[in-house]
Design a protein around this ligand. Structure first.
Ligand code: LUZ
Ligand code: MOS
Length: 763
C-alpha cells in the first residue's frame, strides 16, 4: 500500500511549518497583550515601560488599524484589538513588536492597563439566557406534534444534559508571517484552514482590496476546526505589523496564549423530553439546547443548526421539536471543532434513550435498533433520507461484538466481581455531509500538465494531516491517466485558486478532489484527441492509464508507443493548452430558514461503534477495553488515510466524552491552560480498535467515496455510556447522569454517593 508522501516527510521531520521558515534579519516578532480578566473596562494603556525596555520595540493598538478593526464574518462583535472594553480573558488589547520573540514577550508584560474596572462575569449559558444575553434569535426545527404524541405514550421522561467544551490541541499553535509588499498590501503565510477567509479579513483590517493580499498555506500541524475562522485574527495582526513597520512580522502563539485566547468546542447545557411506547418505539422527542457561544458570534450561527439537524441522531422519530439558542457569555468565543455542534446534539438524544431504557427495563440497543432510520424516512428538517445504512452498520456491529453473549458474559462477570465492573454501549451514527451554510459548498482547482508529463494540481484544500492532498493526487492521477508519482499537490494560495472555502465540514476531499477532477477531465479530452489523431482511431477508443496509452475497441485492447508524457510534449508543440481550471458546487442543496425545512446535506455518513469498559469500583477509574467500529466509508480512495482518520477521530471523541475537562471557574478563568494540566487521550487510554469498513459505493461523490473526517469522532459517545453501564452494575436502581466528560471524579462521586449524581453547576 502506498503511503501519503506528506506522512513520510512528517515522520522524518522534513516537512516545514510556519515556524520552520528561515527568519530574515529584518524580521520582527510579535507578542500579544491579553486582557487580564473576563470582563472589564479601561481608559488606556501605558506603554512607556514597554517602549523603553529595548530599542526597536513597537506597540500597536486599535487606533493603528487603517481599515475596519473587525474580525467577525457575521454580526460585527469581535474587534481585532480591544477598544476600551474586554469581554473575555485573553482578548487582545495590544500587539507588541520587537527584534526577537523574547524581547517582544517581556516588553508586552510591561504594558500597564490604566483605569481598569472589572465588570460582572457570566460563564453559564443558562444565566446568559435568563438575562436575555443571546446572539440573534433562537431557532426551532419541528415535525409533527410532540405534545399530542405524548398522550399516546406509555412513558414520558425528561432530563438535563451537560456537555463540556474541548481544546483542539493542534500540534502547531496558531500563527502567521506577513511580508509587506510595495503595493501597500501584504503577502502572508498563514496557519489557516481558510486562506480566502484570511485574505478577506486582512484586506478589511488593512483597508485594501483583496487583490493586494496574498495568502499561502503549505500545510498545518493539525487544526480540527480551530483554524477555520480563528486563524484570521493572528494573520491580520501580523499583517498590520508588517504594513505599519515595513518589515516582515512573525506572530506565533505559545501554547498557553493559544489555549487562553483561542476558541474551542462549544459547551452545551440542554433539556430533553422523550415519549415512548412500552415496546420501545419513540413517538416524540423535544430538546432545548443552550449553546455557550462565548463572547463573540464567530461560527456559532453555523454550528447551532448542525446541532438541530442532529437532534434525532440516527433515528426516525415522527414528532420532534428542537430549539437552540446561542448564549453570550464572558468566555473565549467558542468555534468550530470536528463535529461542529453535531456531537453535542447526539449526546442529548443518546442520553434520552439511555434514560428510556432504564425506565422500560429494556436493553438500550433494543430501543436503538427499533428506532433506526429506514430508507425513505423524512427527517425532522424535511429531508428524505436515501441510501440509508443505519441498520446495516448497526446489525453488523452487534454481530461482530456478539452482543448477546457479550451482555451475558458481562452480567456473569459483574455478579462475581465486587471491586470491578464491566459495561458496554453502542452508538449508531448518522452525520450530514455539506456545510450548513449552503453558499460554502463550492470549490475550485487549477491543474497544469507540464510538457514533460509531470502534473501540478492546486485546489482550495488545506493539508492538515488528514491526507486530503493524497486523495487529490490519487483522483488527479486516475482522471488524467498520469502516473501518480508525477502528480504534485501544490501549496494552497489565494492567487492560484481564488474564492475558496475553508477545508472543513469533512468535505475537503469531496469538494476539492471533485474540482480537480473537473479540470483533469478537460485536459484529458485534449490529450485523447491528440492520441486519436496520431493513431488514426476514434477518440472514444483511447485509454490513458498510469502513463500509458492504449486503444480499446471491439477487437480488444492494444498497447501503443504513446505515453502520457509524450502526449504532453505533443500538445505543447501543437500549441494546445495543458492547463485547466475546475469548479465544483455541491448540487441539490436548498434550505428554507423560515420553515426550517429543506435538503441541507448531499448525503449522510452512517456507522456504529460498540465500546466496552472496565470500572475500578474502589478508585472510580476505568479503562476502555474494546471498540468495535463498523464505519460507512463507501469506496475508500485511500484505505490507510481513512483508517487513520477513523482511529484519530474516535480517539478525539473518546477524549471529549470521557477524559478532557475544559473547566472555567466562576471568574471565567480557564483552569487547565497548559498541556501539563489538560489531559489528553494517548495510546494507553485507547481501547483495542477493530475497525471494519462498510463499503457500499456512494455514487454522489468523487470515486464513489464518502467524507470521513468528522463522523467517527461521535463514536466516543459510546465510551461515555459504557462507563455509565458499568456504574449501574454498582448501583442498579440509581438514576443516570448526563454530564460529559465522564471523569473518575464523577464516577467516584456516583459510587460513594450511593448513586446520586455528581454536583452540577461546574460550568
Ligand atoms: N464548518 C462550517 C463546518 O462552516 N459549516 C459546517 O456546516 C461545518 N460542519 C462541520 C465542520 N465545519
Ligand atoms: Mo470544521 S469543525 O473546521 O470541519
Amino acid at each position: 500500500m502506498k503511503r501519503n508522501p506528506d506522512s513520510i516527510l512528517n515522520v522524518l521531520g522534513k516537512t516545514t511549518y510556519i515556524d520552520d521558515v528561515p527568519e530574515s534579519q529584518d524580521m520582527l516578532h510579535a507578542a500579544i497583550v491579553p486582557s487580564p480578566s473576563a470582563h472589564g473596562r479601561y481608559s488606556g494603556l501605558d506603554t512607556s515601560a514597554a517602549l523603553a525596555y529595548a530599542p526597536g520595540v513597537r506597540v500597536l493598538v486599535a487606533s493603528d488599524v487603517p481599515g475596519q478593526n473587525e474580525l467577525s464574518t457575521s454580526i460585527p462583535d469581535e474587534p481585532m484589538l480591544a477598544t476600551g472594553t474586554w469581554h473575555y480573558r485573553g482578548e487582545v488589547l495590544a500587539l507588541v513588536l520587537a527584534p526577537s520573540r523574547s524581547v517582544a514577550r517581556r516588553a508586552a508584560a510591561l504594558i500597564r492597563i490604566e483605569g481598569r474596572q472589572d465588570l460582572p462575569v457570566i460563564v453559564d449559558p443558562r444565566v446568559a439566557f435568563q438575562h436575555g444575553d443571546i446572539i440573534m434569535t433562537s431557532r426551532t426545527q419541528r415535525m409533527g406534534d410532540p405534545e399530542a404524541a405524548y398522550k399516546e405514550c406509555d412513558v414520558v421522561l425528561s432530563g438535563r444534559v451537560e456537555s463540556g467544551g474541548q481544546e483542539h490541541v493542534y500540534l502547531e499553535t496558531q500563527g502567521a508571517i506577513a511580508w509587506p509588499e510595495d503595493s501597500g498590501g501584504v503577502r502572508l503565510l498563514s496557519g489557516t484552514q481558510s486562506p480566502s477567509g484570511v485574505q478577506a479579513i486582512v484586506a478589511r483590517i488593512l483597508g485594501v482590496p483583496m487583490n493586494l493580499v496574498e495568502v499561502e498555506t503549505r500545510r498545518l500541524g493539525g487544526a480540527f476546526g480551530g483554524k477555520e475562522d480563528q486563524a484570521s485574527g493572528w494573520a491580520a495582526l501580523a499583517a498590520l505589523g508588517a504594513v505599519k513597520t515595513g518589515r516582515p512580522v512573525k506572530l506565533y502563539l505559545n501554547r498557553r496564549d493559544d489555549m487562553t485566547s483561542t476558541g474551542k468546542r462549544h459547551p452545551y447545557s440542554s433539556d430533553f423530553k422523550i415519549g415512548l411506547k412500552k415496546d420501545g418505539t419513540i413517538l416524540a422527542f423535544e430538546a432545548d439546547y443552550y449553546q455557550n457561544a462565548g463572547a463573540a458570534t464567530d461560527l456559532s450561527p453555523a454550528i447551532l443548526p448542525r446541532t438541530l439537524f442532529h437532534a434525532a441522531g440516527a433515528y426516525h422519530i415522527p414528532n420532534v421539536r428542537a430549539t437552540g439558542t446561542m448564549c453570550r457569555t464572558n468566555l473565549v468565543p467558542f468555534t468550530a471543532f470536528r463535529g461542529f455542534g453535531g456531537p453535542q446534539g447526539l449526546f442529548v438524544i443518546e442520553s434520552a434513550i439511555e434514560k428510556a431504557a432504564r425506565a422500560l427495563g429494556m436493553d438500550r440497543t433494543d430501543i436503538q435498533r427499533k428506532n433506526l432510520l429506514s430508507e425513505g424516512d423524512v427527517s425532522h428538517y424535511g429531508m428524505q433520507m436515501l441510501d440509508v445504512r443505519a441498520k446495516a452498520t448497526f446489525d453488523r456491529c452487534l454481530e461482530k461484538a456478539d452482543w448477546s453473549k457479550l451482555r451475558a458474559d458481562m452480567a456473569a462477570y459483574n455478579a462475581t466481581h465486587k471491586a470491578s465492573k464491566r459495561g458496554a454501549a453502542a452508538f449508531p451514527q448518522c452525520f450530514g455531509i455539506s456545510f450548513t451554510k449552503i453558499m460554502l459548498n463550492q470549490g475550485g482547482s487549477l491543474v497544469h500538465v507540464y510538457n514533460d508529463g509531470s502534473v501540478s494540481v492546486s485546489t482550495g484544500a488545506i493539508e492538515m494531516g488528514q491526507g486530503v492532498g493524497r486523495k487529490i493526487a490519487i483522483v488527479t492521477a486516475r482522471t488524467l491517466g498520469a502516473p501518480e508519482p508525477l502528480v504534485r499537490v501544490e501549496s494552497t494560495r489565494t492567487t492560484t485558486v481564488a474564492n475558496t472555502v475553508a477545508t472543513a465540514a469533512s468535505s475537503g476531499a469531496d469538494i476539492n478532489a471533485m474540482a480537480a477532477q473537473v479540470a483533469c477531465i478537460e485536459i484529458r479530452k485534449r490529450l485523447a484527441a491528440i492520441a486519436a489523431e496520431r493513431l488514426g482511431v476514434s477518440i472514444d477508443s483511447i485509454r490513458i492509464s498510469d502513463g500509458r496509452v492504449s486503444i480499446v475497441d471491439a477487437t480488444g485492447t492494444r498497447e501503443t508507443d504513446l505515453t502520457f508524457a509524450s502526449l504532453a510534449g505533443m500538445a505543447y508543440e501543437r500549441r494546445i493548452d495543458l492547463s485547466a481550471h475546475g469548479f465544483y458546487a455541491t448540487p441539490g442543496l436548498h434550505y428554507d430558514m423560515k420553515t426550517e425545512q429543506g435538503t441541507p446535506f448531499l448525503y449522510h455518513v452512517y456507522g456504529c461503534a460498540i465500546v466496552t469498559a472496565t470500572l475500578d469500583v474502589v478508585r472510580g477509574t476505568y479503562q476502555f477495553d474494546d471498540a468495535i467500529i463498523v464505519h460507512d466509508i463507501a469506496e475508500s480512495i485511500d484505505p490507510l488515510v481513512d483508517l487513520g482518520q477513523i482511529e484519530g477521530a474516535f480517539a478525539q471523541g473518546l477524549g471529549w466524552a470521557a477524559l478532557e475537562e475544559l473547566k472555567f471557574d466562576e471568574t471565567g478563568r480557564l483552569l487547565a491552560d497548559t498541556l501539563s494540566t489538560y489531559k489528553l487521550p494517548d495510546a494507553h487510554f485507547m481501547p483495542r480498535m477493530d475497525v471494519e469498513f462498510y463499503t457500499r459505493p456512494n455514487p454522489l461523490v468523487v470515486a464513489n467515496s464518502k467524507a470521513v473526517g468528522e463522523p467517527p469522532l461521535m463514536y466516543g459517545i459510546a465510551g461515555y455510556f459504557a462507563v455509565i453501564d458499568a456504574l449501574h452494575a454498582v448501583h442498579p436502581e440509581a438514576p443516570s447522569f448526563y454530564d460529559l466528560p465522564m471523569t473518575p471524579e464523577k464516577a467516584m462521586a456516583f459510587i460513594v454517593g450511593g448513586g446520586s449524581p455528581p454536583a452540577e453547576g461546574r460550568r
